[in-house]
Design a protein around this ligand. Structure first.
Ligand code: ARG
Length: 457
């Protein structure tokens, strides 16, 4: 039993499958860089506060670097008997430098150690996610600039509502992503805090300097309460929430792409690289990447729920339940980074079927609001105008026509104030460009929007 770091108190033989159940090494090994960095900082602090000697510190740091080298060269063997990354590294260190390695854990617990590793991990990943979001924003902005002349149907209830610029539509996602980015930035205030030195629960009797390890590890602040430090997982909930919302945004965009690519719409063509074929139907070209992003958004939201449920009944301070904070988070980070990259590639290579879009917006009633606004400008109340246009639309549908196909007499039958100038306002390009209100879809307003977007980057 003395094989285990905590073996002294135990007499019974360990059972392998119990060790397997208890262990986290198969997933927390990705924390190795963070674990070594926080141990190096801790060793330096112990030495400068005369808790270990300088020579012991040097041996420990050299030993830790050697362990990391072994790992990077694939020579480090992990064992579930040593449970997690922290104890596997300690074991490896002791087998390299002997009992001095056992001094590293002075004034430290795995509870503040794992919290420190996780804070470092989340901080690094948040910066990475912000970069990927920004890269996708740039692709969206380019797409919007290049296609500023393209008009498409805008929908509510997935029914044709009013024509909009494609640029306007796609830019809505730019702003969602901007908010996502801001949420990540803001969360750093609560992530960038050092728990190191909190010990197992209540601090330590040794004369440690938490400020020093904070500085070495480049944290902005330290936890003020050791019990909070070792049991806070709010920053993981928050990160999972922020990731989930990015995934929801990507999922909504994926759903649009899937619809735009359908034979029924045919608004866009996705490149071969971002689509797949069918094993049976030779004609198929499927938007699998978009569907996968949509599907994976379920998993990240699931991880957020798991984390909330994990915490809700936990008394202070550390409970082993908390080991379960990792897999969902690691998976969510991989998922969102992958999804952002895929979405970026998919949008960057997609072709907009301009001819089809042009025909589409000619052949619908999405200019009906324009006709109502026209009547309002001629002095009719909006409510009355709405009713008149409703009747015009019904008549047109019954006759298999669109508004632009009606004669002046047919218009006049519904309202005498309609004149020949009505034909000037029914064209989708005019319908779009008359929406000059700020934030509207008119080309002028969208160009201003693109400018603001550019400046926000
Ligand atoms: N593997 C553990 C985790 O991820 C590390 C902390 C263990 N602490 C303890 N008191 N058992 O939570």
């Amino acid at each position: 039993m003395t094989e285990k770091a905590w073996g002294g108190r135990f007499q019974g033989e360990a059972i392998e499958w119990v060790d397997d159940f208890n262990a986290s090494i198969h997933f927390d090994k990705i924390l190795i860089d963070m674990d070594i960095a926080s141990s190096v900082a801790h060793a330096k602090m112990l030495a400068s506060n005369h808790i270990i000697t300088d020579s012991e510190k040097d041996q420990i740091i050299d030993g830790l670097n050697a362990v990391l080298d072994d790992y990077n060269q694939g020579h480090l063997e992990f064992s579930t008997q040593h449970e997690d990354i922290h104890m596997n590294i300690e074991r490896a260190l002791i087998s390299k430098i002997g009992d001095t390695g056992g001094k590293l854990h002075t004034a430290r617990s795995r509870n503040d150690q794992v919290a420190t590793d996780m804070h470092l991990y989340v901080k690094g990943r948040v910066h990475e996610m912000i970069e990927r979001i920004e890269s996708l924003q740039k692709t969206i902005l380019n797409l919007a600039k290049e296609n500023i002349h393209v008009i498409m149907p805008g929908y509510t209830h997935l029914q044709r509502a009013q024509p909009v610029l494609f640029s306007h539509h796609i830019m809505a996602y730019f702003w969602m992503l901007k908010r996502d980015k801001e949420r990540f930035w803001d969360s750093l205030k609560r992530i960038d805090i050092s728990p190191l030195g909190a010990g197992a629960i209540s601090g330590t009797t040794f004369n440690i300097d938490r400020e020093q390890t904070r500085e070495i590890l480049e944290f902005a602040d330290i936890y003020q309460n050791s019990m909070d430090a070792v049991s806070d997982r709010d920053y993981i909930v928050e990160t999972l929430s922020n990731i989930s919302l990015v995934m929801v945004h990507l999922s909504r965009l994926s759903e649009e792409i899937i619809f735009w690519m359908s034979e029924e719409a045919d608004f866009i063509t996705l490149s071969d690289q971002f689509t797949t074929g069918s094993s049976m139907m030779p004609q198929k070209k499927n938007p699998d990447m978009a569907e996968l992003i949509r599907g994976k958004s379920a998993r990240t939201a699931g991880s957020l729920m798991s984390m909330l449920m994990l915490l809700k009944g936990l008394p202070l301070t550390y409970n082993k339940d908390m080991q379960e904070d990792k897999e969902g988070l690691f998976d969510a980070v991989t998922t969102v980074n992958g999804s952002l990259q895929i979405m970026n590639g998919m949008l960057g290579t997609m072709v907009i079927n301009e001819k089809i879009l042009k025909k589409t917006v000619q052949e619908d009633f999405s200019n009906a609001t324009e006709l109502a606004d026209y009547l309002v400008q001629k002095g009719v109340s909006f409510r009355k105008a709405h009713e008149v246009v409703g009747k015009v639309v019904l008549k047109s549908i019954n006759e298999g026509k669109y508004l632009k196909d009606l004669s002046l007499e047919e218009f006049k039958q519904e309202h005498e104030r309609i004149e020949t100038d009505v034909f000037d306002i029914l064209d989708p390009k005019i319908v779009v460009d008359r929406r000059k209100s700020s934030g509207g879809t008119g080309t002028e307003a969208v160009l201003k929007q693109l400018d603001a977007a550019e400046k926000s980057l």
